[in-house]
Design a protein around this ligand. Structure first.
Ligand code: ADP
Ligand code: MG
Length: 310
């Protein structure tokens, strides 16, 4: 387990990271979600022992790594926000270069490079210089570099910023696969809530240097509301049905727009035993039915009064 304890980092007047606590256990995918300037990259730079905190600690198996960074570096792969590759070199040559920095033995490195090229889907492009790569291909190679030494933990800092949707999907799928097949634990940093929602078991929401919410998706969304919204689409509008619905004490905020009806019920209410007989009684055919959940964006807006993306 890696833990961050009361971490604070100040740059002159800016409190980039302010008393942050978080942890990641083996095999988890943890999201760090926050707008630009929230302090995500600074947190990550301290966790990956690139910069020293002003205060607080980073623990590996409950032991501080600030004085013994080597213990963590072998277990950790870091995909930096800024792409760090040699443009004149091919994918294979870049991987060789970074593999040598990690002191991976020659034969082992050869095997790892072949494996990694497949994992990042660049096996057919391995002989092209990186300068001819698309933005998405560079991002994928940037990830490949971090995978060479088979890290138990992988930290990815906004790995999909500024790339085409296809590469983005490829990267998201690669992250899922790595976690599933190699059981790699991943800290995934992003300001895209859909990515974090899609990938992560647990999520930290960060803003202005602080963690403002933490938990599973469900736990975080529960901050927002003790109610759920139900949306029904009927075959046709019916005044008598709407009147009957309104008489049900358990529904609130009923809104009707022609054949569309939405209403709120308390989160744990089982309302179908009420709804179905009512439909039958009024000869109502339901064409579609869904439960609307709040998004992480809604939660962020609720907690900060601002949108996640500005
Ligand atoms: P994020 O990755 O969430 O966008 P950062 O960690 O990069 O956020 O930045 C958090 C805050 O710290 C920002 O206000 C940023 O301008 C500031 N900051 C980051 N690095 C430095 C630095 N090296 N010197 C001064 N200020 C910095
Ligand atoms: Mg950043």
């Amino acid at each position: 387990m890696i833990e961050v304890v009361n971490l604070t980092k100040t740059f002159k007047k800016v409190r980039a990271v302010d008393e942050v606590n978080l942890y990641i256990e083996p095999g988890e995918i943890v999201g760090l979600l926050g707008p630009n300037g929230a302090g995500k990259s600074t947190t990550i730079a301290i966790m990956s022992t690139l910069i020293q905190p002003t205060n607080g600690d980073v623990l590996l198996q409950h032991k501080s790594i600030l004085k013994n960074p080597a213990a963590l570096r072998n277990l950790l792969g870091v995909v930096p926000q800024e792409i760090a590759l040699y443009d004149e070199l091919t994918a294979r040559e870049n991987l060789e270069f970074f593999g040598n920095i990690h002191k991976i033995p020659r034969q082992k490195l050869k095997e790892r490079i072949d494996k990694v090229l497949v994992q990042i889907g660049l096996e057919n492009e391995r002989k092209k210089p990186v300068k001819h790569y698309s933005g998405g291909m560079k991002r994928r190679l940037n990830i490949g570099v971090a995978l060479l030494h088979e890290p138990e933990y992988l930290i990815m800092d906004e790995p999909t910023v500024g790339i085409d949707p296809q590469s983005r999907n490829y990267i998201l799928e690669t992250v899922k696969k790595l976690n599933k097949e190699a059981n790699t634990a991943i800290i995934y940093t992003s300001h895209y809530m859909e990515e974090v929602e899609f990938l992560c078991d647990r999520i930290y929401i960060m803003d202005k240097g602080r963690i403002i919410a933490a938990g599973t998706k469900e736990e975080i969304k529960a901050i927002l509301s003790s109610e759920k919204t139900i949306v029904l689409k009927l075959e046709k509008h019916s005044n008598t049905f709407v009147d009957a619905l309104m008489k049900q004490g358990i529904l609130s905020n009923i809104q009707v727009k022609e054949a569309h009806i939405s209403f709120n019920v308390a989160k744990n209410t089982d309302f179908l035993p009420m709804l179905l007989p009512l439909c039958e009684e009024h000869n109502i055919v339901i064409k579609s039915f869904h439960v609307e959940e709040p998004t992480l964006e809604d939660v962020f807006l609720h907690l900060t009064g601002r949108a996640l993306r500005n």
